[in-house]
Design a protein around this ligand. Structure first.
Ligand SMILES: [Zn+2]
Length: 218
């Protein structure tokens, strides 16, 4: 397979754990005379996002199977596929190209493109997983709001139009700035693998869909 594995975390770890996220190694790559303390600029290095802009993980066609990231991800181990939770008909994974830390995708296992293609069971489970995703994100990272939604079709902005996926994007006050417009990238302070671990640990066990945020925390 020539394209990078969208579930593999190793390629990201190499760079995201570098200067800026730990603070300890910041001076090592900083030329003398330039600021050597970790700051926000160092976190602009988001190669997973840049890979997406380059189209490296875009499916080559609209068919189901290993060429489709959302068909392939559930076949991988959770940590490798950045899978946070698995339901009966749908699963939850981290977006490899997040707009914010904790950006989740809720996807049916079936390779279907259009929301009207979903069965009643799939509609129900995608909705339930979306609701639980919001509760888990609130418990773990306390976002102030969310963007929820699906882009249907290339013309509507779907990056992988052939396999339906619902975005769950946590939002914090002040998280939106000039970067997405000017730089087409976001500052992401947290490693994707670490985010997955935290969310998966907080996710309720199968069949224990929480009725309230408090149920989840308890
Ligand atoms: Zn697919």
């Amino acid at each position: 397979m020539s394209t990078p594995d969208p579930g593999a975390g190793a390629a990201h770890d190499d760079v995201v754990t570098g200067p800026g996220t730990t603070g300890g190694a910041a001076g090592a790559e900083t030329p003398d005379g330039l600021p050597g303390v970790p700051d926000g600029f160092e976190r602009l290095w988001t190669p997973h996002r840049m890979a997406y802009i380059g189209g490296q993980d875009k499916p080559t066609d609209a068919h189901a199977g290993p060429g489709c990231p959302f068909c392939r991800i559930p076949t991988l181990p959770d940590a490798e596929g950045l899978v946070v939770a698995r339901g009966r008909t749908a699963f939850v994974c981290l977006n490899l190209y997040p707009y914010n830390s904790g950006h989740l995708l809720v996807c049916p296992y079936r390779h279907v493109a259009d929301y009207t293609d979903l069965t009643t069971d799939e509609v129900t489970e995608v909705a339930e997983l979306t609701r639980t995703a919001m509760r888990v994100l609130r418990a773990v990272s306390g976002p102030h709001g969310f963007n929820l939604g699906m882009n249907q079709g290339d013309v509507a902005g779907a990056g992988i139009a052939a396999h339906l996926h619902q975005h769950v994007v946590p939002r914090w006050g002040g998280d939106s700035n000039f970067l997405p417009i000017v730089g087409r990238s976001r500052a992401l302070p947290e490693l994707l693998g670490d985010t997955r671990d935290r969310l998966a640990a907080a996710w309720p066990p199968p069949g224990a869909t929480p009725a309230t945020d408090a149920d989840l925390k308890g």
